[in-house]
Design a protein. Structure first.
Length: 593
């Protein structure tokens, strides 16, 4: 009798193979079933590679071991007879009835598509976006924001308790220069005038820096400001707050455009504990003094002269730095936030910093042995042709301009399409489509790449209706949803959905069905590896399989009512799955594009 459990199919099969292994090799302690998705279509749906390593260990013939495993694994309720392939694989192909049953379960649950929230819920802190005050938020921060948001959405969907933390760079010696400059050029900002605006903050930063580099008297003033700020001097703190507030407003515009939610907890938040942290590090011996600086020697990292490169937590002038803050942050995140897993989404250039910070935090006990600390690195954004990302004038590109340009081009494309097809839409709808496609295209183009590689930014490619792009996926969703709607049946009600009998006789129906069922395992992979491109690859493959199905199988004009209902249900499931995936990427769906 076939039944559905809360385990994924892979887990069910893994359990079954393990049972067989326990019977066959009773002296083996916790044998690994080595169960994976099939690496080739002719291997069926799943395969076990356990025979290979076991045979080697026991000096047996791997093919024979595989035969034994195939014979002793109880799978007849969910699989066809397992097949053995040289040199020793055991291949499993799911039975159509079992696939149909799982589809029913998925259809009956339009919100979660049959995916239960994780029973073992973790508290995950995701440190992402994290731009620096009074400096520009550049394309690297855009990548962090987009990737971080997607990861949060997936973890939230899987039922984890997610803290979205914006670790903004709102502290450090550069504030001395900024405050000193502010006091000179905008004294009214300090008497609480709320209308004062700095205009372009990046320009302000540049001007302050210029003055700092050229004027030695100003340098002295700036240094005094750092001290005053750290001592809590009222006017300096007020100037600092003003600068933070101005930046915050600018950053918020970008977050609003992207529809990304973040809780700001910048570097300054940890300020009061920096001294204490250094003391603990030194007292415990984790950190030692070296040439006046307080250093942690972690890993075998060597610097330029072949000297060991330590993690410096207090400079020889007594100043704290980026690393001190990160040490204090881990302490807080584990102790106060009770984080089980902490993710840092930054460019790959910070890999060394994080590996040192993580090791130091483990040694110090700030992170528990079981706390998962993970740097989630990403590559550079380049312009087409692999060059540095700049405007034609050689200036760095402003994020707001970049996003607005994507929306503008999406609007142009949409208007052209409407005209060519003789369609009409309200101005309001046109604006909405332009926004969703424009922003969605930027997000999708970023997420679909393996995040560790560099990616080339191209408006033309990301806005194309063909290929693995946001417009294509939005179009696929709208089209499939449209087909379902034409069928004029309502499968949204649980009891109706449960009664749908899936008929999977055409190979394209079965192939689409199996792809739909891979959603959950794909999300579990994403939860572990934090690579959003697997979500995009999944969607693309799903839409390809849908196209094959739709070419081969009449839906609205299917031969029988039951077949028509089954095929409409496949449309509905595909549309729901695409909608969920788009949602997890941070892209809303559109009814028509
Ligand atoms: N503000 C830093 C930057 O712009 C990123 C901070 C990342 N988070 C952290 N906890 N260090 O490069």
């Amino acid at each position: 009798e076939v039944s559905v459990t809360s385990m994924t199919t892979r887990e069910v099969l893994a359990t079954r193979v393990t049972e067989a292994l326990n019977n066959l090799f009773p002296d083996e302690e916790s044998p690994d079933p080595q169960l994976t998705a099939a690496t080739r279509p002719e291997f069926g749906d799943y395969q076990s590679n356990a025979a290979l390593s076991l045979a080697k260990k026991k000096k047996m013939n791997p093919l024979q071991v595989a035969e034994e495993i195939a014979k002793h694994t109880k799978t007849d309720d969910i699989c066809e007879q397992p097949q053995v392939a040289p040199p020793g694989f055991v291949n499993f192909t799911l039975k159509k009835e079992y696939v149909a049953l799982l589809l029913q379960k998925m259809l009956a649950d339009p919100q979660r598509l049959g995916i239960a929230p994780r029973e073992k819920k973790q508290r995950v802190l995701v440190d992402f976006s994290s731009p620096n005050i009074a400096k520009e938020m550049h394309v690297g921060h855009l990548r962090s924001t987009i990737i971080g948001d997607c990861i949060c959405r997936v973890l939230e969907f899987l039922g984890h308790d997610v803290l979205r933390i914006n670790h903004v760079g709102d502290w450090g010696t550069q504030f001395g220069m900024l405050i000193a400059y502010l006091k000179q050029v905008k004294p009214d900002a300090l008497i609480g005038s709320t209308t004062t605006s700095l205009g372009d903050l990046v320009e302000f930063y540049k001007a302050a820096k210029k003055k700092f580099d050229e004027d030695s008297e100003f340098q002295e003033t700036a240094r005094r400001e750092v001290v005053a700020l750290q001592a809590g001097d009222e006017s300096s703190v007020r100037a600092w707050s003003f600068l933070c507030e101005q930046s915050r407003k600018e950053f918020q515009q970008i977050y609003d455009m992207l529809d990304v939610k973040l809780t700001e907890r910048g570097e300054s938040f940890y300020n009061e504990w920096l001294g204490e942290v250094c003391k603990e590090l030194e007292d415990s011996g984790v950190a030692v003094r070296d040439e006046g600086a307080l250093c942690i020697f972690v890993g075998g990292h060597t610097g330029r002269q072949g000297k060991a490169q330590p993690l410096i937590v207090r400079k020889s002038d007594g100043g704290f730095n980026y690393a001190t803050t990160d040490m204090a942050a881990i302490r807080y995140r584990v102790k106060e936030d009770k984080a089980d897993r902490i993710l840092y989404i930054t460019d790959a250039g910070q890999a060394l910093h994080f590996s040192q910070v993580f090791e130091a935090a483990k040694r110090m006990g700030y992170a528990k042995p079981e706390t998962k600390l993970e740097h989630v690195p990403f590559g550079l954004v380049q312009s087409e042709g692999g060059k540095k990302f700049k405007t034609r004038q050689g200036e760095t590109v402003k994020l707001k301009d970049l996003l607005q340009e994507a929306v503008r081009r999406a609007e142009e494309d949409f208007r052209n399409r409407l005209q060519a097809e003789g369609r009409e839409e309200s101005e309001e709808y046109i604006k909405r489509v332009a926004h969703v496609i424009g922003i969605g295209a930027v997000k999708y183009a970023d997420l679909k790449n393996n995040r560790t590689s560099n990616y080339q930014f191209s408006y033309t490619k990301m806005l194309s209706l063909q290929g693995n792009t946001a417009p294509y996926m939005l179009y696929a969703f709208a089209r499939i949803q449209g087909i379902y709607r034409k069928g004029d049946i309502d499968l949204n009600q649980g009891h109706q959905a449960e009664n749908v009998q899936f008929i999977l006789d055409d190979p394209t129906e079965l192939s689409l069905a199996k792809m739909l069922l891979q959603l959950e395992e794909m999300l579990f992979l994403l939860e572990r590896d934090l690579k959003p491109n697997i979500l995009c690859d999944y969607m693309f493959e799903l839409s390809q399989r849908f196209n094959q199905f739709y070419e081969n199988c009449p839906v609205l004009k299917a031969e029988t009512v039951d077949l028509r209902t089954s095929r409409l249900a496949l449309c509905k499931l595909t549309a729901n799955t695409l909608a969920l995936c788009l949602h997890l990427l941070g892209i809303p769906t559109l009814e028509r594009i």
